[in-house]
Design a protein around this ligand. Structure first.
Ligand code: SF4
Length: 239
């Protein structure tokens, strides 16, 4: 039985930062990680008074209103794959409807979904953007409350199937951005796919919880160092 409605934290009719081109974005409520650096901690609880219950039809109607201006849709979160049956229904509807079939479908994820979930979503998904918070598992547990084993498995699996659009790195000064950490990260990613697209996301304190509010924000100089270190290590597609 497919879920036909989802708990949705927010919907944006047009976005330039959630994948290539101009995109309609739905942010689903609920996340299974608890990242100290989370920019939207209000999307972490599975239930929220601020979330809306929306059906596939509701989202299709909103997508159609944005159609003249968008090249695709992205489902984000929270963690979108916690409601993967809804994502499957929505993307199936998009791909199966004559007027929306041209839209590309992307998932922005923390990478904790199982291989079975990715296999189920693959026929109606054009690409997946996966966050990798930090490579070292102990550090990952400190920063997110959980192991990154499933995240690394997802990245490897998605790269192998051609579904991996990009790996996203939220680099936080003093938390996960040392040269040694960046080099280890690059080496691991090179082992997955030397051509993997890697996107550096700067850390900003806007919206974060008290525990991370005093952390320094990523400067332009930090970003230059990250890009140089990752590129020097052999990654060819760092953006
Ligand atoms: S995975 Fe994303 S939404 Fe979930 S807690 Fe971490 S930063 Fe927030």
């Amino acid at each position: 039985m497919r879920a036909r409605r989802a708990s949705v934290a927010d919907v944006i009719p047009f976005s330039w930062v959630d994948g290539p081109g101009n995109r309609f974005v739905a942010f689903l409520q609920g996340c299974n990680l608890d990242c100290l650096a989370c920019h939207n901690p209000q999307t972490i609880p599975l239930r929220s008074a601020h979330a809306q219950e929306l059906t596939v039809d509701d989202l299709m109607e909103r997508v159609r209103q944005s159609m003249p201006y968008i090249s695709g849709v992205t489902v984000s979160g929270g963690e979108a794959t916690l409601q993967h049956e809804f994502v499957l229904d929505w993307f199936s509807e998009l791909k199966g409807s004559r007027d929306t079939a041209r839209l590309s479908t992307l998932i922005d994820t923390n990478g904790t979904a199982t291989q079975a979930t990715w296999e189920a979503l693959a026929p109606v998904t054009d690409g997946v953007m996966v966050d990798l918070k930090v490579l070292d598992d102990g550090r990952h547990r400190e920063l997110t409350g959980h192991s990154n084993a499933a995240v690394r498995e997802s990245i490897s699996f998605l790269a192998g199937t051609g579904l991996l659009y990009e790996v996203r790195l939220l680099l936080v000064p003093g938390q996960n951005d040392s040269d040694a950490e960046l080099r280890a990260l690059a080496d691991w990613l090179l082992g997955v796919d030397p051509r993997v697209r890697v996107k550096i996301n700067p850390f900003m304190t806007h919206g974060v919880r008290a525990a991370a509010r005093g952390w320094p924000q990523t400067s332009a100089g930090d970003e230059s160092r990250y890009r140089a270190t990752l590129t020097d290590q052999g990654l060819q597609n760092v953006v």
